[in-house]
Design a protein around this ligand. Structure first.
Ligand code: NAP
Ligand code: F7E
Length: 324
């Protein structure tokens, strides 16, 4: 039975990846950091099927010990401080986790077992103020936030360890991917959740920042499949994973409020609090390499993704469950 370690298993992607790997017959080990309250809501349904182990990307020894004890064949490094606005509030912390955390994991692999395959969660935020449209593996980076800069470091140190030590270290440059498990502070989930709240009469406004930004939004369940496919290749490499379509925040609003037969203009208030010091205006990826080499393609369209998220939030609220 192959064994995989997932860092960030309590996050959106970690939960979908754990489900996928369990279905593929993997023994799944999930690294979680210690918190004062349990935050396993995304993996509650599979908690008895995965092994949970305490560790932190800030703590080198915890990584070494986990690799020594569990001897995984594959490591999926999904843990990060992943919220872009928070990276301006906590730039050093973001660098420690999202950038140097990658080096800590690479070094742990190098020391414990250099045959372990690594997936590094790189991001389209590295393209930032884009110098080419659409963005592909060869597009130069121009990060626009401490988060983007940290991801650029993580991306290059992954390539560096691949070239220096021959590690099977692969970097997936994933464009935005969403789901009903997306954190409530990200714009898609904020919109789907508020559309549901407003429809059910439990809120009367939605405060947002820049409505003109454009993103290439796909479904997280599709994107974790690409991560797994990358680690099944003989050679490590870098891959863009995207839908190839771009939509604005306004288009997301139109689709989401359309699902509940409301006009978003009646509820949305622009609030400078949600504007960023520097913005990424346009992202659209070219996933043709992932299509050709991995046989990967997205299965959920933009309207289907929006509808899935809004419907899930309505169901959640109607059941009286707390949104997490
Ligand atoms: P997420 O929901 O924010 O999950 C992040 C995970 O990292 C959580 O499990 C979190 O644990 C964990 N974590 C944070 N700091 C840690 C630390 N110091 N040590 C150990 N674990 C730590 O993120 P996601 O959307 O699933 O994204 C997964 C990865 O892909 C991230 O690296 C993200 O930057 C990257 N990425 C995401 C997207 C996207 O659109 N979703 C696109 C490109 C790249 P807690 O639950 O304890 O907070
Ligand atoms: O913002 C605009 C905002 O926070 C998208 C992370 O997973 O994807 C994610 O980063 C856009 C931005 O995602 C609000 O200005 C308007 O232009 O949902 P977001 P993100 O910053 O693209 C990348 C690929 C990652 O790697 C990251 O980890 O929406 N926007 N009004 C808003 N955004 C938020 N959050 N809240 C608003 O009120």
């Amino acid at each position: 039975m192959p064994k995989a370690l997932i860092t960030g298993i309590t996050g959106q992607d970690g939960s979908y990846l754990a489900e996928l790997l369990l279905k593929q017959g993997y023994d799944v080990v999930g690294m979680v950091r210690r918190t004062s309250t349990v935050n396993f809501h995304r993996i509650a349904h599979i908690q008895n099927k995965v092994q949970i182990v305490l560790g932190d990307l800030l703590d080198q020894f915890s990584l070494v010990h986990i690799l020594e004890e569990y001897q995984p064949d594959e490591v999926y490094n999904l843990a990060a401080q992943s919220f872009v606005p928070a990276s301006w509030n906590q730039p050093v912390f973001t660098g420690e986790v999202t950038a140097l955390g990658v080096t800590r994991m690479l070094d742990a692999i190098r020391i414990v077992n250099p045959n372990i395959r690594l997936y590094q969660a790189s991001s389209s935020e590295m393209f930032g103020k884009v110098v080419e449209v659409p963005q592909r593996e060869t597009t130069p980076f121009y990060p626009r936030s401490p988060y983007g800069a940290a991801k650029v470091y993580g991306h290059w140190i992954t390539i560096n360890y691949r070239e220096s030590y021959g590690l099977h270290a692969t970097s997936g440059i994933l464009f935005n991917h969403e789901s009903p498990r997306r954190g409530l502070e990200f714009v898609t989930r904020k919109i789907s959740y508020h559309a549901a709240l407003i429809k059910l009469g439990r809120a009367d406004e939605l405060r947002l920042g820049n409505l003109d930004a454009r993103r290439d939004w796909g479904f997280a369940g599709d994107y974790v499949k690409a991560m797994w496919l990358m680690l099944q290749q003989d050679e490590p490499d870098d891959y863009v994973v995207a839908t190839g379509e771009t939509h604005s925040v306004v288009e997301f609003l139109e689709a989401a409020f359309g699902c509940v037969n409301l006009d978003w203009h009646d509820y949305v208030v622009q609030d400078p609090k949600f504007m960023r010091p520097a913005e990424v205006d346009l992202l659209v990826g070219d996933p043709s390499k992932a299509g050709k080499k991995l046989g990967w393609e997205p299965t959920v369209s933009f309207p289907a993704l929006v509808e899935m998220m809004v419907q899930a939030d309505i169901d959640l609220l109607e059941k009286g469950e707390k949104a997490l």
